[in-house]
Ligand binder design. Structure first.
Ligand code: GLC
Length: 807
């Protein structure tokens, strides 16, 4: 095994790199929830405000060479004319030492050359929408060193898609100038057709150092047929003081510095936005001035950094664990919840892969917020309220929405979108014990997809969803596939409108169970009974039609032929139909057999395949069944990581902790990399990918679409709530571990309804599942109704010591 190009330092929650030309950008998101950026291990990156579609502040060249550029660049030009950077890009100069490190919310880049060390820390200010660059230069030589420091960003036409289509005209609407009073570059994009023209911000790029020269014109900065790797103005050692009205804008600032031997110096740069440049120019300038004055105060950057760290500490400390497995512990404590925050903020929209125009996926966000429901229930609740406003009166939901973009949603009816809202509602209720958010009045969306229709409570919204599913059952009483279900590529089986989905039936049952529990708490017995009847109907249909002999079918196609049957040449077994049967709790007597088939047929040792064998790719006719996807990719025989989570959940629910653990551990990116290496896996060691190529593909194991995936939230949920088994329910906090039998135990710290629980699980019996006793603050709990810690058990405690004895 080759040495890995990174090492984790768990106590600082850091990954440190010692190789920079990795197979792909390994990014870190920097954000305050309004202004966002990502930066790679090489210093490439992008920043945007609110929406990467409408307010893209800097540029990033997706899909084009050179990859991962441009970024947030600092050039150090020495007196002999040599140029280097704290980041690997842009210069790629050989230096004496180089490091890069990502941590929650910030990245640090260090390079040392001839006794001078440059350290660049990037993070987002919390109180203002500013990307802070904290540059430290430390002179370890015994003599004075002088150099010219240049900071550079390429600015963007805010409207990312329009830039591709009409950028050759719209670039006339760029104005970047050095403002003497502000001692900063200001940039505005003045295209009148911007859909949020009044919000359109003033971008500023300033510093707390004396500016010796500047440049606002990218082409002048770089020079003809050059790029940011060897800009002509850096070569000259001085910038041209060029302003720009129309053209390709940039921000470049130059400061000449001298550092005495053994001394340090520090420069801050501020790349930020002030709302409303076009609406009121004077006001925007005035506000920018105030912001810069505040940021330039001594200690201001450190104060913002402390606030950022406090935010992450608070967020992560809701749930922390100590496990006998360092890889899993690191994931659960740091990197997984970190990724969950980003998917909650960004849905599937933007990463170094995803170009940032996709808006919010309805089902995607409903699932992403599951990982916030237990850490930030108010955030999850607000998003759920928003999602409900994107539901139509017949109960189905739009598929994609652009809440920040002033753009109507996209409505191609899927059979599952609306159902995911129920799980989120349940998760919020289970965490807080408060169901009043269900009474919030929320408008429906009318058929024009713009005007709100009559409003109803969130509860009523959820019931309309049930109605929609019930009104779209097929000939076998199973829900119709419609355009597709969770699987975006299932549609070809149901194009004539008759295909039915077994997964949606299972989802419907699970939703009805959760609705039933909520209805009982609302004392709505009529609803409880009606849901029970609907569950019964689905269970009967599943009993009758779902079983194939060794596993469950995935559905029935337009001609009532089975999807996922043993005699099929392609896709004869599908993962989700098995795992979701356990989640739904239906067809109980066949569940173990089905999951044994999963182990036998779908487990590659490096993830479970979504289905197998894959359909052959184009030009085979069958490739039409998966919309042309080559074999091994994604929904066609790929390892779909999100679907692996449901299999983990299923095994945990079955009490087979050894298998749950195997499936969990084997798809941790760091595990996969240790097995096949960075070159083959390709993507980040600390963030999940959407899929890995399956074994039908020669690049088996290759990670595709990292960062923006539903895997983040689901892995977070299954690891903490189903493997470690600290699971919020309406009855209280259920303690239900499903762990590897060889574990002696583990510890979880969990903030629950205002009380910090220190839960020590002991497994001297070496079982995979089963709780014999819970001792809370020295008192053994009565477990006749299940292993729950209820709010009344905790009454008034700020902390509680909980001992859990498995056996
Ligand atoms: C992608 C989509 C998600 C879909 C999944 C399976 O991840 O974002 O909405 O459910 O693929 O097709």
């Amino acid at each position: 095994m080759k040495k890995l190009p990174y090492v984790f330092s768990d106590k600082d929650r850091t990954i440190q790199f010692d190789k920079f030309d990795l197979p792909s950008p390994w990014i870190n998101y920097l954000s305050n929830g309004r202004m966002h950026a990502f930066v790679s291990q090489a210093g490439g990156g992008l920043t945007w405000w609110q929406t990467p579609m409408l307010f893209r502040v800097t540029r990033y060249r997706f899909y084009n060479l050179p990859i991962d550029s441009p970024g947030f660049y600092v050039y150090l030009r020495m007196e002999d004319g040599s140029v280097w950077s704290p980041t690997f890009r842009p210069c790629e100069t050989k230096v004496d030492r180089r490091e890069a490190a990502h941590s929650p919310g910030y990245s640090v880049f260090t390079a040392e050359k001839n006794g001078l060390t440059a350290t660049l820390k990037l993070f987002m200010a919390q109180d203002t929408d500013t990307l802070l660059w904290d540059l430290k230069l430390c002179n370890q030589c015994g003599y004075e060193v002088s150099c010219d420091v240049f900071a550079y960003v390429e600015l963007s036409q805010f409207m990312a898609q329009q830039e591709n289509i009409l950028g050759y005209y719209l670039k006339w609407n760029t104005r970047a100038v050095f403002n003497e009073e502000l001692q900063a570059i200001t940039y505005a994009y003045t295209a009148w057709m911007h859909p949020r023209k009044d919000d359109s911000p003033m971008v500023y790029f300033g510093s707390d150092a004396k500016i010796n020269s500047f440049c606002c014109n990218r082409d002048s900065f770089c020079g003809y047929y050059r790029d940011e790797r060897n800009p002509v103005e850096i070569e000259k050692g001085c910038l041209s003081n060029t302003n720009l009205q129309g053209g390709e804008p940039c921000g470049a600032l130059h400061t000449h510095i001298t550092v005495s031997g053994g001394e340090k110096t520090q420069i801050h740069y501020y790349l930020g936005v002030t709302k409303g440049a076009l609406a009121d120019y004077e006001k925007a300038i005035e506000e920018t001035k105030e912001t810069l004055i505040a940021l330039r105060k001594a200690g201001a950057a450190d104060e913002q950094f402390a606030k950022l760290q406090a935010w992450w500490d608070k967020h992560l400390n809701v749930m922390q664990c100590q496990l006998p497995d360092a890889d899993a512990e690191r994931e659960i404590n740091t990197w997984n919840p970190l990724q969950s925050v980003h998917t909650a903020r960004l849905s599937r929209s933007i990463s170094s892969d995803a170009s940032g125009v996709r808006g919010i996926g309805f089902r995607d966000t409903a699932q992403d917020m599951l990982a916030q429901a237990y850490r930030k229930p108010e955030w999850a609740r607000d998003m759920l309220w928003y999602l409900a406003s994107q539901q139509l009166e017949d109960g189905h939901a739009v598929h994609t929405a652009w809440p920040e973009e002033n753009r109507p949603p996209q409505d191609i009816t899927r059979s599952d979108d609306h159902i995911w809202m129920v799980y989120l509602a349940y998760a919020i209720a289970a965490e807080t014990g408060d169901l009043s958010f269900l009474d919030k009045e929320i408008p429906f969306l009318s058929a024009d997809l713009v005007t709100p229709a009559g409003s109803a409570t969130l509860w009523e919204h959820l019931l309309r969803g049930v109605d929609f599913t019930e009104k779209h059952l097929g000939a076998h009483d199973l829900p119709l596939i419609l355009f597709s279900d969770w699987n975006d590529h299932l549609g070809p089986f149901g194009r004539k409108g008759k295909g039915e989905s077994i997964m949606v039936s299972q989802q419907h049952i699970y939703a009805l169970q959760q609705l039933g529990e909520m209805a009982a708490m609302r004392r709505d017995t009529a609803a409880v009974e009606s849901f029970a009847g609907l569950i019964d109907k689905q269970e009967k249909a599943l009993e009758k039609y779902a079983w194939d002999g060794e596993w469950f079918l995935r559905g029935l196609d337009d001609d009532a032929q089975p999807i996922g049957t043993h005699s099929a040449a392609h896709a004869r077994i599908w993962l989700n139909a098995q795992s979701w049967m356990i989640i739904a709790g239906a067809c109980k007597d066949k569940q173990i057999r089905a999951m044994d088939s999963v182990a036998r047929e779908l487990d590659t040792g490096m993830g479970l395949l979504l289905n197998t064998p894959g359909y052959p790719g184009w030009p085979s006719k069958e490739s039409a069944m998966v919309n042309g996807l080559p074999a091994g990719y994604s929904e066609n025989g790929g390892v779909f990581c999100q679907a692996n989570c449901w299999a983990i959940m299923a095994e945990a629910l079955l009490g087979r902790g050894d298998l749950a653990w195997k499936y969990y551990k084997q798809i941790l990116p760091n595990t996969v990399i240790q097995k096949i290496g960075v070159e083959r896996y390709h993507a980040e060691a600390y963030a999940y990918c959407s899929t890995m190529l399956g074994k039908d593909n020669e690049k088996f194991g290759w990670g595709c679409v990292s960062q923006v995936t539903g895997t983040a939230a689901w892995m977070d949920v299954v690891a903490t709530q189903y493997i470690l088994g600290v699971r919020p329910t309406l009855k209280g906090l259920l303690i239900d571990p499903s762990i590897p039998s060889q574990w002696d135990g583990y510890t979880v710290e969990r903030l629950y309804r205002g009380c910090r629980l220190i839960i020590q699980v002991e497994n001297q019996a070496h079982v995979q599942h089963g709780v014999k006793e819970i001792i809370l603050n020295g008192v053994s709990l009565n477990l006749t109704d299940g292993a729950y810690i209820t709010e009344s058990n905790l009454s008034g405690c700020e902390t509680a010591q909980v001992k859990v004895i498995m056996g």
